[in-house]
Write a protein that binds this ligand. Structure first.
Ligand SMILES: *[C@@H]1O[C@H](CO)[C@@H](O)[C@H](O)[C@H]1NC(C)=O
Ligand SMILES: *[C@@H]1O[C@H](CO)[C@@H](O)[C@H](O)[C@H]1NC(C)=O
Ligand SMILES: *[C@@H]1O[C@H](CO)[C@@H](O)[C@H](O)[C@H]1NC(C)=O
Ligand SMILES: *[C@@H]1O[C@H](CO)[C@@H](O)[C@H](O)[C@H]1NC(C)=O
Ligand SMILES: *[C@@H]1O[C@H](CO)[C@@H](O)[C@H](O)[C@H]1NC(C)=O
Ligand SMILES: *[C@@H]1O[C@H](CO)[C@@H](O)[C@H](O)[C@H]1NC(C)=O
Ligand SMILES: *[C@@H]1O[C@H](CO)[C@@H](O)[C@H](O)[C@H]1NC(C)=O
Ligand SMILES: *[C@@H]1O[C@H](CO)[C@@H](O)[C@H](O)[C@H]1NC(C)=O
Ligand SMILES: *[C@@H]1O[C@H](CO)[C@@H](O)[C@H](O)[C@H]1NC(C)=O
Ligand SMILES: *[C@@H]1O[C@H](CO)[C@@H](O)[C@H](O)[C@H]1NC(C)=O
Ligand SMILES: *[C@@H]1O[C@H](CO)[C@@H](O)[C@H](O)[C@H]1NC(C)=O
Ligand SMILES: *[C@@H]1O[C@H](CO)[C@@H](O)[C@H](O)[C@H]1NC(C)=O
Length: 591
């Protein structure tokens, strides 16, 4: 303690000539004590100066060079309090301040601009507020600036262009505002620019003629701001020589989508959720000099037809929620993800069957497709997810669907499919989600073909976790084999014509269960009584839910579609509960 006091006295004496050690002890004073992390900064102790040259190189997070502090790295320590940049002014060799993921508060004070040797400044994931001080632009050696995930705001100081060595700037998840093009036009040789999730305004109609930024930038993310206007509308697409990633999603951009055809290094283009309109530039989908791999234009107002995709590089295509129309594309090139859902595509779904062997995910939900699900589908060796919900598909469901080797998700809900449900689907060993609700499927639910009762499937574990067969015309008894679906969490069989009793071997693992609106009878088995009465009634007039006020005495009430229990007169309810408590046997005999 005495040593500390002496050193602090010394510090007061030599404000300019203070040693690095004094500076760090001064910095430490701003930190609030944190008992959990105390042992870390416990090493910051005037008694434990390891090296003879005076550099506290045994202190946690400190690195030295030639006896002087070069780097302060205190990431992920749960530190609170303030970070006194003023304490560090005297550190002649300090290049690196990295204090990401703590809870430092207060402003980034202007003294930071006096740490002239600084190259790397990471203040991300703290609670700094206020704005970026203009003095920060005096850090001529700064190459990396990360202030993401703080509460900073205001405008970016205009002199950003003074940071000629800056390569990385990450400002995302703050409240910065001001015109985005004036910020971008200030950039010099930057490679990585993340301005996303702020309150920047203005348009991306850049006049970047004399800025080297256009040729150096590789990653540009301006998503989740308030940008308006046309995308590079007046001066055209700048000559982005190295741009690989461009994300301007979640803004209010209008007008046509530029073709980006001269941006030959572009791999990922995301313009999701804007107001872009017109037709889709063909260059994005064609075999060309572009190397585009991910294209997300979902949630816009793009219209017109979608031609065949011939690009050999495009892997991931999301055009969901636009106004595309006409027939499905004949070919999709090498795409593995194709989301064309929520558009106005018409014509036969059968084009899908020629989409080849690369495709892993197909989502064509909510279009106006017609036709049947052909048998010729065995080439989908990599398909994991097939969603064709909310179209006008008809005919039967071929058993072959149960045999795609990787298919995990099938959603064919809201169509006009009919015939029986192939047992190969229920017993598939990779399928996890099956949604056939709102179709015309009929016949009984069978877990094996009549001629093959002891098939191999009965000995293996079945994979289905979610089975929705609601709103069809299925009939017959509920097969007790449902209990073989040992991974089942969600089962909806409501609104069909099932009859007979509910098997008492249903699995305990179920989280959701619904058999309402059927013709089931008997008593609800014990292990299903944790589900509310609305899982069983209305419908099932002859099904008894013990403790339930709704059956069979109150058949009349539930048949009218009331929500039993919620507005049941308390007296009746109490009486019914009492009668159950008094004697379940009595109840049974009464049955
Ligand atoms: C600065 O410190 C951080 C955290 O230790 C480290 O990841 C980074 O590479 C360092 N930067 C420089 C330029 O030394
Ligand atoms: C900035 O910091 C955040 C949070 O610590 C991190 O996820 C991100 O990768 C950093 N940005 C750059 C460009 O290194
Ligand atoms: C752009 O930033 C947002 C968050 O602000 C993030 O969700 C998104 O993944 C980023 N885009 C790319 C292409 O990295
Ligand atoms: C670009 O630089 C040239 C010559 O240095 C100059 O004549 C021109 O006005 C500049 N353009 C812009 C937009 O600043
Ligand atoms: C396509 O975009 C929509 C909306 O932006 C999103 O909800 C959906 O998950 C995306 N599809 C895929 C396959 O990622
Ligand atoms: C089904 O598609 C129509 C348009 O084709 C749309 O209006 C409706 O919201 C969709 N329904 C569902 C449940 O997605
Ligand atoms: C599927 O093919 C089998 C034989 O290859 C045939 O018996 C059956 O009718 C076909 N089903 C459909 C829906 O085309
Ligand atoms: C399925 O529906 C078609 C009409 O769309 C009908 O001709 C056919 O008989 C139905 N099949 C079954 C098994 O109900
Ligand atoms: C099945 O599809 C219907 C209609 O698209 C939807 O409302 C329902 O939530 C889906 N079921 C499951 C379990 O996702
Ligand atoms: C009966 O099951 C075996 C084993 O799974 C299978 O190879 C055979 O094709 C099945 N026969 C019929 C008629 O489904
Ligand atoms: C089926 O599941 C049970 C219980 O999880 C497990 O003990 C058994 O090994 C599994 N059998 C197969 C063939 O995977
Ligand atoms: C069961 O399905 C019916 C009809 O779709 C619905 O009204 C009821 O709320 C559902 N009950 C439960 C418990 O999910």
């Amino acid at each position: 303690m005495q040593v500390v006091c002496l050193i602090l006295l010394g510090f007061l004496h030599f404000v300019n000539g203070a040693s690095d050690l004094d500076a760090l002890l001064e910095l430490k004073k701003g930190f609030e004590e944190n008992p959990l992390k105390g042992h870390v900064l416990g090493s910051w102790n005037a008694n434990s100066v390891g090296a003879s040259d005076g550099c506290p190189q045994d202190w946690y997070g400190i690195a030295c060079s030639e006896g002087q502090v070069m780097s302060i790295a205190l990431d992920d320590l749960g530190l609170t309090g303030s970070f006194r940049f003023s304490a560090l002014i005297s550190l002649q060799k300090l290049q690196n301040i990295s204090i990401s993921n703590n809870q430092f508060e207060g402003i980034v004070d202007s003294d930071v601009g006096s740490i002239g040797s600084l190259r790397f400044l990471d203040l991300s994931r703290n609670s700094f507020h206020g704005s970026i001080p203009a003095e920060l632009m005096k850090l001529k050696n700064l190459a990396y600036l990360n202030v993401s995930f703080n509460n900073l705001g205001g405008k970016i100081p205009a002199s950003l262009q003074m940071l000629k060595l800056l390569k990385y700037i990450d400002l995302r998840f703050n409240k910065f505002s001001g015109d985005i093009s004036s910020v971008l036009m200030e950039m010099q040789n930057v490679e990585y620019v993340d301005l996303s999730s702020n309150q920047f305004s203005g348009s991306l109609d850049l006049d970047l003629e004399n800025s080297s930024f256009v040729s150096t930038v590789q990653y540009l993310n301006v998503s989740h701001n308030s940008l308006v206007g046309e995308l590079f509308g007046h001066d055209g697409m700048p000559f982005f020589d190295n741009l690989a990633v461009f994300d301007a999603s979640y803004n209010q951009l209008v007008g046509l989508i530029p073709s980006f055809s001269f941006v030959v290094s572009l791999r990922l283009l995301m313009l999701r959720s804007n107001l872009l309109s017109g037709s889709l530039p063909e260059a994005l989908l064609r075999e060309s000099s572009m190397i585009l791999s991910v294209l997300d234009l979902s949630l816009n107002q793009i219209e017109g037809p979608l031609g065949s995709i011939t690009s050999a590089t495009l892997k991931n295509l999301n055009l969901s929620s636009n106004r595309l129309s006409g027939a499905l594309p004949e070919r999709i090139g090498h795409c593995s993800v194709v989301d064309l859902s929520h558009n106005s595509f018409t014509g036969s779904v059968s084009r899908v069957w020629s989409w080849g062997n690369y495709v892993e995910l197909i989502d064509l939900s909510s279009n106006s497709l017609v036709g049947t699900l052909s048998n010729r589908t065995s080439q989908f060796l990599r398909l994991t997810s097939l969603k064709l919900s909310n179209n006008s598909l008809s005919g039967a469901l071929p058993p072959l669907f149960g045999s795609f080797p990787l298919l995990k998700v099938i959603d064919l809900s809201l169509n006009q499919l009919n015939g029986s449900i192939p047992w190969s689907l229920l017993t598939a060993s990779v399928l996890i989600e099956l949604n056939l609700s709102n179709n015309g499927f009929n016949g009984p639910l069978a877990f094996h073909s009549a001629s093959n009762i002891s098939s191999e499937a009965s000995s293996q574990n079945l994979s289905l976790a979610s089975l929705d067969l609601s709103s069809n015309s299925l009939n017959g008894p509920l097969p007790s084999e449902i209990s073989r679906l040992i991974h089942l969490l969600y089962l909806d069989l409501s609104n069909n014509k099932f009859e007979g009793s509910i098997p008492d071997n249903f699995l305990d693992g179920l989280l959701e269960f619904n058999v309402s609106y059927n013709n089931l009878s008997g008593v609800v088995p014990d292990n299903l009584r944790r589900f509310p009465d609305s899982a069983f009634h209305p419908g099932n007039l002859l099904l008894i839910y013990p403790q339930s006020p709704s059956s069979p005495k109150d058949v009349a009430e539930t048949a009218q579609g009331g929500k039993p229990g919620s507005h049941m007169r308390p007296a009746i309810r109490a009486a019914l509960i009492a009668s159950f408590v008094v004697g379940p046997l009595q109840l049974l005999s009464w049955l």
